[in-house]
Design a protein around this ligand. Structure first.
Ligand SMILES: [Zn+2]
Length: 349
């Protein structure tokens, strides 16, 4: 999913990668550890119109990330270890998390992580594992990819948008994406559903193509290095929904994953996860629902102060637009987040 902050982070990374950080600051801004966010891991595909490319990294880049973590002395921990690790002095730690339950995680990330004995976490959206649901950002991408023109009847948007070139397609994606992100979830889903139907796209087929089924997840669950977390039933932006809905999305997804995979589910990831999708009410509900930790997509490293905010943990997204060792080093230095979080270590408001 697009995040304006992520884009900003990516855009300034090359600059920050070259910055020299005074030793006296380094410890203070780096924090105790990081939780890294991944979505797709797969070989590079065609360039051109690929508006969701920031959500995918290549298997080679995953190896680069693991190399850089090792080179700077990060140990890779389980999400279960985080509360304790935040209290300890010692080498920095990294936790690897993969959202949504994509099949390419099994095909391309698993062999690499297994070969290096790295623990990792998959956050499962139960509808996706059941072969249904709405990868609405992918539906929007396909709607725009497959058509030459888009007819709309939405106040405040043009009634006709040309989609002849990749440049036009990219622009239209950004306009529609951000227009819809500011509306209610129901409006976003209905609007994209109508466009998908007109373009002959079946949302369930996109899910079935991309996401691991329960049987496939069961096979992964036999690997003791993999932790399973909950990522709701339907992948809603929780902050836009009422309390009962949020509680249901959290608790039912936890219960279903535990039942289907026969593993304990102690961790939760907020879908989309930015401040417009997960706020203080949702952090309280995740805590009340009994999760040990819950992770956002608010960017930043983990500081000892996060011991008191285990249900609003920041993560660092491994952005597919900046797949270089320099970008990884810059992100792990913590320096970008000192600026983007305006000096605050904990950003939970
Ligand atoms: Zn997600």
């Amino acid at each position: 999913m697009m995040f304006s902050k992520q884009t900003l982070i990516g855009a300034t990374l090359p600059l920050l990668a070259r910055a020299k950080i005074p030793q006296t600051w380094a410890g203070r801004i780096k924090g105790r550890g990081v939780i890294l966010t991944f979505h797709h891991v797969r070989p590079e595909r065609e360039s051109g119109f690929s508006p969701n490319a920031l959500l995918e990294v290549t298997p080679e880049f995953l190896k680069t990330i693991l190399d850089v973590l090792e080179e700077i002395g990060f140990s890779i921990l389980l999400l279960d270890d985080v509360p304790h690790a935040l209290q300890q002095e010692g080498p920095p730690f990294a936790v690897l998390t993969f959202d949504d339950g994509y099949r390419d995680n099994r095909d391309h990330a698993w062999p690499i992580l297994k070969a290096r004995d790295c623990p990792w976490t998959v956050f499962v959206t139960t509808d996706f594992a059941s072969g249904r649901g709405r990868l609405w950002w992918r539906e929007l991408e396909e709607v725009i990819r497959r058509q030459e023109v888009l007819e709309l009847s939405e106040p405040s948007l043009p009634s006709r948008l040309a989609l002849r070139t990749d440049k036009e397609k990219k622009q239209v994606f950004q306009i529609l994406y951000w227009h819809l992100r500011h509306q209610s979830e129901e409006h976003l889903r209905t609007f994209i559903s109508r466009l998908a139907q007109n373009a002959g796209i079946n949302p369930d087929h996109l899910v079935q193509d991309a996401c691991l089924t329960w049987d496939e997840l069961k096979a992964l669950a036999r690997d003791p290095l993999i932790t399973f977390g909950a990522h709701t039933l339907t992948h809603p932006m929780l902050a836009k929904h009422n309390e009962d809905c949020v509680r249901h999305e959290m608790r039912e997804s936890q219960r279903i994953i535990e039942e289907k995979l026969n593993v304990p589910v102690r961790h939760f990831a907020y879908p989309v996860g930015d401040p417009t999708s997960a706020g203080t009410r949702d952090f309280s509900l995740a805590k009340e629902s009994g999760f040990t930790t819950a992770v956002t997509t608010r960017p930043g490293p983990l500081f000892p102060e996060h011991q008191n905010h285990l249900h609003a943990l920041p993560r660092i997204s491994m952005n597919g637009l900046y797949q270089t060792p320099q970008a990884v080093r810059a992100l792990l230095s913590g320096l970008p987040f000192l600026f983007w979080n305006r000096g605050r270590k904990v950003n939970v408001a």
